[in-house]
Design a protein around this ligand. Structure first.
Ligand code: UFG
Length: 336
């Protein structure tokens, strides 16, 4: 299939482009590099030994996007392009609503106009908020969003559902990501945080590399086994493959709306991540215990039964693999 990948040079997008090529598909990247770097394209080409077509376009520019749809006539879209920093969204909500929602409505309008039937959408486990029962299944009720970013994911899901209900033949797969970490095992592509990382694993790798003085563990007085928060960390390559399986499934259907949790189904504390990183990479990490971070949920991890059963998808990589690959990527980046 020919598939437009918006945000295809980004962290999850670039890994998905690689997996698409490896499964015999033709990805077309749309990215304006505001949160990624053009060199990622040549890295994707190096890994896959192919040439990848790309457009430098903002998904909020309807007319430019229209031209790409007209030119490419894709079979489907995987839509990653969006802002994703929870804290920033609290201070700049309009930036988030404008970008994340306009790009989505543009894409859906163009799916109507050019008769493109399949879309996979990046959602997040943030839609569950503080869930009453852990692990969360896709039926766990969504809680009011705790940030404008989280709200763009909830509203994005709602827009897709309304669109689905109003159309005769559209297929939609909503993937609710847990915590993506790691990097491609080749060490050629990975996460490129701009400025100080907000997320745990890039902060850890930058600390180990000496770019940051120390990691602050945000709170050790939660009601968990070691007092630190619990998350479901998934290797980015496993997350990427879920997109391929998701679009391959819906492309065979007519009028289908799927929602899947994409996680490994294992809850891991912050201190367990730190210890595993130290162990697997033989690195001592400087860290201190700090205050709780506002807005953090204590514990969330997935019940991934639905995606395992319906898509025959299974995570291949462990937490150790992910932390080894993340460190490998950090080291390679510095040496390049
Ligand atoms: N953490 C630290 N120190 C840091 C960074 C993070 O202790 O420097 C802790 C956090 O408090 C949290 C855990 O590490 O307990 C994971 O934090 P991340 O920022 O890596 O990830 P989050 O779980 O907060 O965020 C992720 C996604 C968001 C999504 C959210 C939903 O990055 O996009 O899950 O829960 F909205």
């Amino acid at each position: 299939m020919k598939i437009i990948v918006t945000g295809g040079a980004g962290f999850i997008g670039s890994h998905t482009v690689v997996e698409l090529i490896e499964r015999g598909h033709t990805p077309i990247i749309i990215d304006d590099y505001r949160n990624s770097k053009p060199f990622i394209l040549s890295r994707i080409e190096e890994i896959t030994n192919t040439t990848v077509k790309s457009y430098n376009i903002d998904c909020c520019s309807f007319d430019k996007l229209d031209k790409v749809f007209k030119e490419e006539q894709p079979d489907g879209i995987i839509h990653f392009a969006a802002y994703k920093a929870v804290g920033e969204s609290v201070n700049q909500p309009l930036k988030y609503y404008n970008n994340n929602l306009n790009s989505l409505t543009n894409i859906l309008s163009l799916m109507q106009k050019h008769k493109v039937d399949n879309i996979v959408f990046s959602s997040s486990c943030t839609v569950y908020g503080t869930a009453e029962k852990i692990p969360v299944t896709e039926k766990t009720p969504r809680k009011p969003a705790e940030s404008p970013y989280g709200n763009t994911k909830q509203v994005g899901e709602d827009i897709l559902t309304d669109f689905f209900n109003s159309e005769h033949d559209k297929n939609i797969s909503i993937l609710r990501y847990f915590n993506p970490i790691g990097a491609h095992p080749s060490g050629l592509i990975g996460e490129l945080p701009i400025g100080t990382p907000n997320n745990l694993v890039p902060y850890i790798t930058q600390t180990a590399a000496g770019i940051r003085k120390e990691l602050t563990v945000f709170g050790d007085d939660y009601t968990t086994k070691d007092g630190t928060c619990i998350r479901d960390y998934i290797h980015v390559v496993d997350l990427a493959t879920a997109h391929i399986y998701a679009i391959e499934k819906i492309a065979k259907q007519s009028k289908q709306l799927d929602i899947y949790n994409v996680g490994v189904g294992i809850g891991t504390t912050v201190l367990e991540v730190v210890q595993t990183f130290e162990e697997v990479n033989n690195q001592k990490l400087n860290y201190i215990i700090g205050n709780r971070r506002a807005g953090d949920v204590v514990e969330i991890y997935s019940d991934n039964t639905k995606i395992v059963e319906e898509l025959n998808w299974k995570p291949k990589y462990s937490l150790k693999d992910a932390l080894r690959d993340a460190w490998n990527w950090q080291k390679k980046m510095q040496n390049d």
